[in-house]
Design a protein around this ligand. Structure first.
Ligand code: MGD
Ligand code: MGD
Ligand code: MO
Length: 895
């Protein structure tokens, strides 16, 4: 702590604080037009002048030295500050300060009593409104550089620059052309920091920024990806006018991405479902809730009568809240009497849950993301956070720019790879060989932690024996990664002081995804870099959906009760039975692909799909559609008439994340609150209410009248959540699980004393490399990897309905220029892609980010049919589809 005096008042500030921090600490406000707490100080606007030990200085750039006497209130200082603001305003047209203008500058002028007296003449036309979410009015730019620093220092996109000279300096996209064609990824950082309204978001939210809290503002957690950004939703008349990143958001810290910040246009889309639909004479027709619920209840009863409780199954939603997922699995287990419940974790990080449980004992990441600040080396594997988890991607990028070493393992030159010390490019499907190769070098060169391995790990001898087969040269043959890169990457990870591993679907969505997770975990165990040893930050899966961790935590899994009690474990069942007052079926239920098999065979007679567009996003989609068509009752809870809803017998209109109350669990196991910002359309209801209503129509009462009471009940079934409640989250913001008691902090870092495995040790895995399920051949010579693009989200149901469509209007397939030339394909032209399973139509995009022989596409536009291409091959342990490896051929034009 540093002690100094501000206007005579003693004040203590932290090491590294500025005079501005000290002045604010005593409650004095200064104008700060070029300053934002999220950014490096610039000291250019001279509006925060103070006197420090007699010398006039800009408070924002002057370090708070011990004993300094700071004064702020003398008239000459007031005049200097006022002159500085007046000078800035005098160069702006009157609209900078028109009545009702929401901006920091307008606010400052109102406070200082500065009016338009000396303003420059009104101008017009110097605008760039090419972008759907960001508008630039160059005449209002004061060249404070906040937007540029936000783009560089927080987002890491470097899309903006200051151009021109002297008083004519203004911000511009670095590429020179219109904003829409720049490198901007619409994180909204520049909009949020701009103090004058030069950069704004068009529409009712224009000019609202985090600097000016609004009367109707609701704190919630983003409902897109699993990062768990805390957002403040500004509401006016049941409409969202702006969504602002919360400055105190534990993961996002005042940052957001295009999805959370701007992609809420879907809320008011004309296509939004507003009434239940029931199939009559082959057509889906609008009906009242009573009729729809009666149809569901009759269908469920009929299915049970014909095939017993196991003739019913549900796919619960990783987009929905914990409380909704808890209720859905409780309904299946206690009202229907089956364990047939699963969620999209099956398609995503089920291998993480299996692999991390086997290695360490629990089904989540081992450490807190806060540790990025302490890590000095990142191994990022099969993940593209710059596009898929942009806020995480940006924080990793900043750490790399500050000197942390970065190893990226991805077949493609993804965003982070541009900043990597080493980019390993394994052939898709060869991770296990790569990780074994890295482990070989760690062992061979003595970069392991013998004490940790002796005291806290098991399985070393077996692993060392296996690793003999993976010297760098053989690893290079198996993976295509040069031997010297394998060695160099192992040394970088092996010699780091505090290395951290983060990974994504490039590890899990493979035939041997669980082996991939386990052999990756080996690296952290060999180094003793897990288990709170102070020598590293473990292994973190960048989980996908907003609440995929939570959906699984809540027991929406065929073999697990809430809190991961095994359904086959009599003690776990007994605990749930005591709370629920019912005997539970002991046999594990069906996994998602098994549900479709059972439907095609005729043994599954009712399937309730809650927020998953299985016909678009599950693999081998023609077979999925066949399964739905074969199933006598398909009920779909949806926001839109998705591909899946089109195959349903009953479609129930639902509320989305901005329209409901509950909690989500993010990728590093933090529970956070979700709060209702606006009402859903017409007759749409929450999944929570619908589950209750279906139970009631079946004559059952699920208890749990409110989301808060539901989480409380869940804590009684699952002791690991017992310390977490809505009331506590309202107070504390976020709490990580495990958290067994209200007076204990959540365990953000796991395994401090022991691992949660049977013997308390981390388990090394001696898994040999086995080839992927599909391999290219003469007929299908290219290897297709599927994954994500920054502007759209999964099935695209929400991001295709709003401004994001202007950012990316369709799916395209990236291919190397050498392949394009060979195949006669031009950039931007239509191509037909065929696999052994189906056909898709896409637009070609030439890209050197891929190796020749490999192609890449996303699956955000169902009409392009990408999942008609993907196969039924799936992880041998968890059934997670092998989305990352499909052999295809490509022909120019539409066939
Ligand atoms: N914008 C956007 N964000 C999203 C989503 C979205 O659809 N759009 N979806 C969300 C969801 S549900 C999820 S699960 C996450 C997913 O987030 P990520 O896991 O980052 O997503 P992907 O792009 O599917 O795959 C990651 C990378 O794996 C690489 N890869 C493929 N095969 C291999 C391999 O064999 N070895 C290695 N080392 N790498 C390989 C691919 O080239 C790709 O770059 O994103 C979430 N966030
Ligand atoms: N080829 C290929 N396919 C993939 C992948 C891949 O990498 N490659 N990745 C896979 C992965 S990781 C995942 S997670 C899946 C994701 O696949 P899905 O889960 O199918 O995708 P989403 O678009 O996230 O959401 C599903 C539906 O939920 C609806 N929805 C949104 N919020 C709510 C809500 O609160 N309640 C209800 N009831 N509905 C809601 C949306 O309108 C949408 O139609 O895709 C998988 N498919
Ligand atoms: Mo996912």
């Amino acid at each position: 702590m540093t002690r100094l005096r501000v206007d005579g008042v003693p004040v203590d500030v932290c090491e590294g604080a500025s005079l501005l921090d000290a002045v604010r600490a005593v409650g004095t406000e200064l104008p700060t037009l070029c300053h934002d707490d999220r950014l490096r100080p610039a000291g250019s606007c001279r509006t925060c002048l103070v006197r420090a030990d007699g010398r006039v200085t800009a408070a924002c750039v002057t370090p708070a030295a011990p004993g300094t006497n700071v004064t702020t209130a003398q008239q000459d200082l007031r005049d200097l500050r006022r002159d500085a603001v007046e000078l800035i305003v005098s160069a702006l047209p009157p609209r900078a300060l028109t009545a009702g203008r929401r901006s920091e500058l307008a606010e400052t002028c109102r406070t200082l009593g500065i009016t338009l007296g000396k303003a420059a003449p009104e101008t017009s036309g110097n605008r760039d409104d090419s972008h759907p979410y960001i508008e630039l009015d160059r005449d209002l730019c004061i060249a404070c550089g906040r937007c540029v620093r936000m783009c560089d220092d927080v987002q890491g996109t470097f899309a903006l620059t200051l151009t021109g000279r002297g008083a004519d300096t203004v911000v511009a996209p670095g590429t020179g052309g219109p904003w829409a064609q720049s490198d901007c990824v619409a994180c909204g950082g520049c909009v949020d920091t701009c103090p004058t309204g030069a950069i704004t978001h068009p529409g009712p939210g224009r000019g609202i920024t985090t600097a000016q809290p609004q009367p109707e503002q609701v704190r919630t957690t983003c409902g897109y990806c699993g990062v768990g950004c805390a957002l403040d939703v500004v509401v006016s008349g049941n409409q969202v006018s702006a969504v602002l990143p919360a400055l105190d958001g534990p993961v996002n810290q005042g940052h957001a991405c295009v999805k959370g910040r701007f992609s809420h246009g879907y809320l008011t889309s004309a296509e939004r479902l507003a009434h239940p639909l029931v199939r009559k004479n082959g057509n889906l027709e609008p009906v009242g809730w009573e009729e729809a619920l009666a149809r569901v209840a009759d269908g469920l009863r009929g299915a049970v009568a014909a095939g017993g409780p196991d003739a019913v199954a549900a796919i619960s939603s990783a987009r929905a809240t914990n409380e909704e997922n808890y209720l859905v699995q409780k309904f299946l287990r206690t009202v229907v009497g089956t364990n047939n419940v699963d969620n999209c974790s099956r398609l995503c990080h089920a291998p993480s849950a299996a692999g991390l449980s086997a290695a360490f004992g629990r089904a989540g990441g081992t450490d807190s993301f806060d540790d990025v600040e302490k890590a000095d080396c990142f191994l990022v594997v099969g993940a593209n956070p710059v596009e898929a988890h942009p806020v995480v991607g940006a924080r990793l990028l900043q750490q790399a720019l500050r000197g942390a070493s970065l190893i990226v393992a991805d077949p493609r030159r993804v965003g982070l790879a541009h900043q990597a010390d080493i980019h390993l490019r394994p052939r898709p499907g060869t991770n296990v060989a790569l990780f074994n190769g890295l482990a070989h070098v760690l062992v061979a060169e003595g970069m392991t932690d013998p004490d940790f391995l002796r005291d806290r790990a098991a399985g070393l001898d077996e692993l060392v024996e296996l690793l003999a087969q993976y010297p760098p040269a053989r690893t290079a043959e198996l993976t295509g990664v040069p031997a010297e890169d394998v060695t160099a990457a192992a040394r970088l990870y092996g010699r780091a002081r505090r290395p951290a591993i983060l990974y994504g679907l490039g590890v899990t969505e493979h035939l041997h995804g669980t082996d991939g997770v386990r052999t990756l975990a080996n690296l952290a165990i060999l180094r003793g870099a897990v288990g709170d040893t102070g020598r590293g930050h473990g292994v973190t899966p960048l989980r996908g959906q907003n609440n995929v961790q939570g959906a699984s935590d809540m027991g929406a899994l065929p073999d697990m009760l809430p809190g991961y009690g095994r359904i086959t474990d009599p003690d776990a069942r007994a605990r749930a039975e005591a709370v629920w007052g019912r005997t539970l079926p002991a046999r594990p239920g069906l996994r998602i692909p098994e549900m479709f098999d059972a439907a095609r065979r005729g043994s599954l007679r009712a399937l309730w799909i809650i927020g998953e567009d299985v016909c678009a996003t599950d693999p081998n989609s023609h077979q999925v559609a066949d399964a739905l068509d074969a199933c006598p009752l398909v009920v779909v809870n949806e926001l839109f008439l998705s591909e899946t809803a089109r195959h349903a017998d009953v479609v129930l209109p639902v509320a989305s994340w901005l329209e409901k109350d509950g909690t989500f669990v993010n990728f590093d196991r933090r529970f956070q609150r979700v709060r209702t910002a606006v009402r859903p359309p017409a007759a749409a209801r929450t999944d929570f209410d619908i589950t209750h209503a279906v139970a009631a129509a079946m004559g059952a009462d699920l208890g749990c009248p409110t989301p808060a009471e539901t989480l409380a009940e869940c804590g009684r079934v699952a002791p690991v959540f017992a310390g977490i409640s809505h009331e506590r989250l309202d107070r504390e913001g976020a709490v990580a699980w495990p958290c067994p008691a209200p007076d204990l902090p959540g365990e953000a870092t796991l395994y401090t004393d022991a691992f949660s495995t049977l013997d308390g040790r981390a388990q090394l895995s001696a898994a040999p490399y086995l080839p992927p399920g599909e391999a290219p051949d003469a007929a299908y010579p290219l290897l297709l990897v599927t994954g994500r693009r920054w502007a759209h989200y999964n099935s695209g149901s929400m991001t295709r309905r709003g401004g994001n469509l202007h950012l990316e209007a369709g799916d395209h397939i990236d291919l190397h220029p050498l392949d394009a030339t060979r195949l006669g394909v031009d950039d931007g032209t239509e191509v037909t892609v065929e696999s052994r399973h189906g056909t898709a139509r896409l637009v070609a995009r030439l890209s050197e980010e891929l190796s020749p022989g490999q192609v890449f596409c996303a699956f955000h536009f169902p009409e392009s049919g990408v999942n008609a291409l993907t196969s039924d091959h799936a992880d041998t342990v968890t059934d997670c589809p092998e989305y990352k490896v499909t052999a295809v051929r490509l022909t120019p034009g539409a066939v």
